[in-house]
Ligand binder design. Structure first.
Ligand code: IMP
Ligand code: MG
Length: 182
């Protein structure tokens, strides 16, 4: 695993410090609102569990899985729901927790879909944001974002390439030769 990493972008300590900061901020903003925290599987799972443990307020947990890139490193623009929420979000204050925003297609689609189900409010919380890669016409902005990253493919702390590297405890830049032949 380690041999495929060009360099460490964010260490375990950097991630932990920032995630705790974000948790405190969101908990303060949502005190008394019992937010519905929606985890986008599988990439956001590490971030989600650390974030929620840094939020000392009442909240509920639910999970959703959407189509991924498979073995590609670019989004197709099509979003497919693989696993839906198991609870209603009608009249709930929803926070979508995502690993990374790239083209913005996934979250643009999801925020519209959840808004149509009658959520009281919807905000987006992402660990990483690649604003330079937004697709034309996508105006999505995240309400809470951990780190802005450049145009590099990153893995670890939940983020994968072809389902590998999710269990790295830090976030690293994947060597381009790992994916350039796919
Ligand atoms: P979007 O719809 O293009 O914004 O894609 C967001 C999804 O693409 C994320 O949830 C990730 O699964 C995946 N993704 C985008 N960039 C990266 C990356 O650098 N590493 C790993 N996954 C990524
Ligand atoms: Mg993902």
């Amino acid at each position: 695993m380690e041999k495929d990493i060009a360099r460490v972008l964010l260490s375990q300590e950097q991630i932990q410090t920032r995630v705790e900061e974000m948790g405190r901020q969101i908990a303060w903003d949502y005190r008394g609102k019992n937010p519905a925290m929606v985890c986008i599987l599988k990439g956001a799972v590490m971030f989600y569990t650390d974030l929620l443990r840094a939020m000392p307020i009442q909240l509920s947990m639910d999970f959703m899985a959407v189509s991924s890139y498979g073995k590609r490193t670019k989004s197709s623009g099509e979003v497919e729901i693989r696993k839906d929420l198991s609870t209603s979000i009608e009249n709930r204050h929803v926070i979508i927790v995502e690993d990374i925003i790239d083209s913005g297609f996934t979250l643009t689609y999801l925020t519209r879909m959840l808004a149509a189900r009658g959520a009281a409010s919807i905000k987006v919380c992402t660990l990483l944001d690649k604003p330079s890669r937004r697709a034309p016409g996508i105006t999505l902005k995240s309400d809470y974002s951990g780190f802005v990253v450049g145009d590099e493919f990153v893995v670890g702390y939940g983020l994968d390439y072809a389902e590998a590297y999710r269990n790295l405890p830090y976030i690293g830049v994947l060597k381009p030769e790992v994916y350039e032949n796919n």
